[in-house]
Every structure is written in C-alpha cells, then in structure tokens.
Design a protein around this ligand. Structure first.
Ligand code: NAP
Length: 470
C-alpha cells in the first residue's frame, strides 16, 4: 500500500493508543500509528487484524506525509510535559487547518493554554477524554470531546464508530467549549475515585468486620450486580473476589498490598472543586484515603498503639448485607451528585457550556463509572438540564430516600466496630447538610465577626452588620 493516504494518525502506541488504533481499523478506517521507540510499533503491527489497514512508524515526518488533509492526529501520551514535547515536534510538520486531538488525561488548564496557542497558529485543537481502560479502548470506550467546534464534524464519524454503544447510540457527544472534554473526564475520574472508595468500605465491613469469605462476597457482589447496583465497578469487584493467585493459590485480593496508587485526576477534581467553592466530600475523602493508605508503616505502628477490635458482632447476616447494599447505593448516588454539581458550576464559571444530559448519556456505556443508575440521571437531566444538583430531582430523591434508613444503620454498625467508613460517612454528612434548611453556620459567622470583624447578614433585615461582642 505504498501510496495509501491514511484517515487518521495516532501518536503514542501505549496501552490506550494501540488499542484505540486497532479499534479504528476494525471500523474500516485506514490508520497510521507513531511511537518514538520502535518496539511498540512492532507490537502494533503484530496485533493487526487481517483485512484491516494499519501502518506503524517511528518517523513522525513520514506519518504526517501519509495522512489525508486536513490531517487528523490524536495524541495518547502521558499528560504534562510529554504532550508539549510531542506538540513541539509535530507542529512544524503540519499545515494550517490540521486537527490535533489530545486524548490523554491532560489537566484542563494545560488544555486551555494549548488551545489558545495552537489556535493562534491556525491549527484546530480538541481536548478529548477517553475512558474504559485497555478493554474499552479496544472494544468501545466512552469518549468526551470538547474544544474546537468547527473541527468536531471532521472527527465525529470516527469517534462515533469506535465508541461504546448503548441501545445503538454512541457513547460520544460534543461536550462544550475549550477544555470541556478534559474537565468532564477529570470529574468522571473523581466520581470513579469516590465509588471505588465506597465499594472498598463495604467490602471491609463485610469481610474484615463480619468475616464473610471472599467467595461469599463474590456471590454478594454477583447478586448486587443484577439489581440497582449494576455497574462496571461492582461487576469487576465480583470477578476480583474469585480470582486466585497463580503463585500461591490464595485469593489474589488477599495478597495485594493495601497501598493505593493514583495518577492525579482525583486530586485535580478536589482541588478545582475547592477553588470553585463546590462541596464534593466523597471524592475528597477518596483521594485522602489513598494518601493514608500509602503510609503503611505508620499505620502498622498506630495499629499496635490503638489496637482496635474491628469485629462486627451480633448482626444478622442477611440484614447486614442488605444494609451494605443500600449504603453503597446511597453513597454512589451522592458521589455522582457531587461530581455533577461540580460540572454544573464549572460549566457556568468557565463558560464551558457542558450539556449535562449528554454527559450522563455517554457515561452509560464504555467508561469506568457506567451503571444502570445513569439511565435515571439521564431522565432527570432530560427533564431539567439546568438542575444545579441531581438530588433536587424527584425521581432521584425517591431513590435516595429509599436507602437512607439502612445506610444509617450500616454506618452505626461500622462506626461502633471501628471500621473506617469515611467515604460513606461524608456521603451521609453531605446529604444531611444539603437537605438542611438551617445549618449551624450562623455560629461560625458570629465567631468570624467576633475575632475578625468579618461582619454578618441577619435573618430579619437586609444589609451587612457588625456587632461589638465584648
Ligand atoms: P502508556 O501505556 O504508558 O503509553 C504512553 C505512550 O506515550 C508511550 O507510547 C510512550 O512512548 C509515549 N510517550 C511518552 N512520552 C513521550 C514523549 N516525550 N514523546 C513521545 N512519546 C512519548 O500510557 P497509556 O496508559 O496508554 O495512557 C496514555 C494517556 O491516556 C495518558 O494521558 C493516560 O492518563 C490516559 N488514559 C489512560 C487510561 C488507562 O487505563 N491506561 C485510561 C484513560 C486515559 P515510548 O514507548 O516511546 O515511551
């Protein structure tokens, strides 16, 4: 195929790039992949499906030369400096009007900067979130594009073809201005952190606290995945709990060290929420617990000093499992609610014009936080796209109320046993504060005025007041 002009170029043939490119080729696109080190080029070509058109190269100029114009090139390299390094090398080889897509997990402020710089030079630039991991990239991810509206129609057919489908509809939609795509992906990951934390807490209470075996828990998660909790994360938890270790024959989960890693998107979500003044404590705690997990040696030392029992005693097994199910459902609903409230505010504050109905629609398939609950969210946002918080929707409120009582019972049991359930606790705390017409913050205002003359407003009169407290 010497004179073939290719439809699409992809830079970075790592886990995501290689699989997305193979996926594009499956859908009939002629694709060209570039990787700076040649081994990944060889790996790509060895995985090529017969009858598809894929070429790999370690020569960036050659790749650019063999693409149809306007060129469509996606970067799937690590966020941060690697993206700038690749752009510095790529831009001099391109023509004005070419379309560059950053498909990695770039920080949205980097995307804003790159959008401005590249637009000034006459290029189209889109920040696009891709979720679904290795398998998603290969078989159908959820894709969150944002940025250059003019460029989108040029990449839309491809993105729609390769994305996951729910009821025949592609899990991709244009999500707004500037860095909207990367912002939505960042918050997606924040919600993902939240739900993973909640699942781990429920597992801890039932396993370490109550003593259910991994195989019993496998059955519990299997049943949960057939009901309201059906979701990718519950499904993989089910499968994790029955996986054996090749080396020891033990349950693999039991030999995995309890130190969690992270790549930064959860932390960015919390940081930006703080900047915007939006409360997302479930996500904050999830980030924070990963940090706490990392200081294993200190935890071991503290465990010897404080020696807690962490045993749940006297609970009825079926009742405790049902409480756990409802607590997980409750926390999951709150985790989504916090992330979506952040998107609502960020969209307004940064003028991103993020369509929330489309966001929850494309999260229904392909991505890590896909779940049947998103159908309910889609209905809610379709009825009222400008809801500031999904908890104000009557349908979602019904769901939350239906699991509130057992969530309280479950938390009481966990707290009495000394099992850390910070994610579930702050989810309930957030809910209790959000649905409180009055909060004790009048007292905080009084204290602020007392020591710092920060003034306060009154309940019975307009204006700003200061009292002489002493
Ligand atoms: P990966 O497997 O580590 O691959 C990274 C690729 O980037 C490699 O091909 C590497 O090339 C290339 N690269 C790094 N620095 C470079 C530079 N300075 N110049 C040229 N190429 C460079 O990463 P990945 O998991 O595919 O992730 C790619 C992006 O997708 C990241 O932003 C990640 O956060 C995001 N993402 C990942 C997942 C996931 O589940 N893995 C899911 C969603 C999004 P060499 O082989 O030459 O080093």
């Amino acid at each position: 195929m010497a004179d073939q002009l290719y439809d699409f170029g992809l830079i970075g043939l790592g886990v995501m790039g290689r699989n997305l490119l193979l996926n594009m080729a499956d859908h009939g696109f002629a694709v060209l992949g570039y990787n700076r080190s040649p081994q990944k080029v060889t790996d790509l070509e060895s995985e090529m499906v017969p009858g598809t058109t894929i070429k790999g190269t370690s020569d960036l100029a050659l790749m650019v030369k063999e693409l149809k114009t306007p060129r469509r090139i996606m970067l799937l390299v690590q966020a941060g400096k690697p993206v700038d390094a690749v752009l510095d090398e790529l831009i001099p080889l391109l023509d004005k009007g070419d379309i560059i897509i950053d498909g990695g997990n770039s920080h949205y402020t980097d995307t804003n900067r790159r959008t401005r710089t590249l637009q000034e030079k006459g290029f189209h630039f889109m920040g696009v979130g891709v979720s679904g991991g290795e398998e998603g990239a290969r078989r159908g991810p959820s894709i969150m594009p944002g940025g250059d509206r003019e460029a989108y129609p040029h990449v839309q057919p491809m993105l729609e073809a390769v994305s996951a489908k729910v009821n025949g509809e592609p899990c991709v939609a244009y999500l707004g201005n500037g860095a909207a795509g990367h912002y939505v992906k960042m918050v997606h990951n924040g919600i993902e952190y939240g739900i993973m934390q909640l699942i781990s807490e429920v597992y801890d209470v039932l396993h370490r606290g109550y003593g259910l075996s991994n195989s019993e828990l496998h059955e519990v998660f299997r049943e949960w995945n057939e009901g309201q909790l059906q979701s990718f994360l519950v499904e993989i938890t089910r499968d994790i709990l029955k996986k054996k270790d090749d080396k020891t024959g033990k349950d693999l989960v039991d030999v995995i060290l309890d130190k969690a890693g992270s790549k930064g998107t959860g932390k960015w979500t919390s940081q930006d929420a703080m900047d915007l003044g939006i409360s997302i404590p479930t996500i904050d705690v999830a980030v924070s617990m990963r940090s706490l997990s990392a200081i294993k040696a200190e935890r071991v030392e503290a465990a010897a000093i404080y020696n807690s029992n962490t045993k749940v005693s006297g609970a009825d097994k079926d009742e405790l499992i049902e409480q756990a199910r409802q607590a997980l459902l409750f926390g999951t609903l709150i985790s989504y609610a916090q992330g979506l409230a952040l998107l609502h505010e960020a969209s307004r504050e940064y003028n991103l014009e993020i369509p929330l109905p489309q966001v929850v629609k494309i999260w229904r398939g392909g991505c890590i936080i896909r779940s049947t609950l998103l159908e309910d969210y889609y209905k809610a946002y379709t009825a009222n796209p400008s809801l500031p918080n999904i908890l104000l929707d009557a349908g979602i409120a019904g769901l939350v109320k239906s699991c509130e009582a057992k969530t309280r019972s479950f938390l009481a049991t966990a707290v009495s046993a000394g099992i850390p359930v910070s994610g579930l606790s702050v989810s309930l705390g957030y809910f209790d504060a959000y649905r409180s017409a009055t909060m004790p913050t009048n007292l905080i205002q009084a204290q602020r005025d007392f020591f710092g003359a920060h003034t306060f407003q009154r309940t019975d009169e307009e204006g700003i007041f200061h009292a002489h407290w002493q």
